[in-house]
Design a protein around this ligand. Sequence first.
Ligand SMILES: [Zn+2]
Length: 459
Amino acid sequence: MLHSVARWGWCATRELIAAGCTRLVKDRFALVPPIPPVENEAVDVDVKIGRRAKSLNERHRAAVSGTSLAHCLLEQETGDDPVHDMQHRGEQFGMRRIRTRSREITNMLSSKIVVIGLLFSAAVPALAHDLPRRLPLGDGRIGVTPAIGRVLVCNMQFPGGGGAHRVGGWIRDGYWYPGEKPRVEGAVTWPNARVDITVEGRERVVRANALPRHATGVFPIRPGSTAHDYDRNPNSIREQQVLLRLPAEPQAAERPACVPLGMIGFTIAGVAVFNAFDLQGRDAPAYEVQDACNGHPQRRGLYHYHDWSPCMVPADHPADRPVGWMLDGFPILGPRAADGRALTNADLDECHGRVGEVEIDGRRVTTYHYRFTFEYPYTIGCFRGTPIALPRGGAGGGGARPSPGQVLESAARELGVDPSRLRAAVGPPLPNFERAAREQRISADLIRAAFDRARTAAN
Ligand SMILES: [Zn+2]
């Protein structure tokens, strides 16, 4: 009889490991106390989960001596057929295949509790990130009337600039292939990240400094890295002052409201949510190169997501509990239903939400709520309620123009030159790119392009 209860969970950091991984979670990879705490030595990785795990294995090996290791364990209480059970559980969570080699099968059967450890970099939260192999490209799927699978945009004109400068090979034939897209490398932690969401009277108040509660890649994107070949995001992640006073009991408006560029919501990870577009009106998650948590900073340094992030919440976060709040006060939830199934646009209305039971502030309420989905438009298609107005130019004011000083700093960073020298070379009063080109020994076109990019905020 099968009595195995494969508990899958996710033991995030070295600290947790040191704590003995006592926090058991129900999803995915399990945290298992019997693993010797602290040691960063990989327990042999015996399970392959499709191609993704294979590449992870390679990374684990490379990362074993690193300090920012995460320890992901898979626990299997053996039943009569543990392998089958693991496969079953894997399929339930959308993983394609779990295979074990015969030696491991023997090992598994011979032990009461089999623990298989995977070690990998904290920047690769990874297996939770089981994206579909390919996704239809969202380019042009915008409109001035609400429609499922489209975004009701506030402005059909996109400012241009910003984002990826080169179309990657992972975009082809009207699709993009998430697994093929490079990532911005690195694992920068933000110990000062602060996010506080409270209900005060009729308002849900978000106070945050917009630093993420998870590791990020290294920004600006490092020249010479693969990511940089496609996306030269010159922005650094910077602390912001976020203060959002959202309606605590939002109401549906008479008609849906359009979705602007810039911040459209905020997550409990301390990270802003932006819409599905880059500044050229293209499918941002497809073209832009983000870090392993699907985030990147815009020009003012506001780190944000354009789609679901595997780092947003722990794997044991209940499917019916919000992961964030949109600017109209309605909650947004993760991409999976309680049974683990990934939701699609077909499950949702034109604003990318539906009415259902949600656990809010410890109470179960039936309310309209949005969903992240793996497919475009990823976040919301329109606002069902009335979004609050953001101060123009403040954190998240995506359309705001940067100051000349910011433009210069940003351009200098992209060109890899000293800002004060560049300042002296190009002006004032008008930017003299030809002179700057002679002095800096960089082509005038390159300098002009860097300034153009720096002038437009990255969405
Ligand atoms: Zn962006």
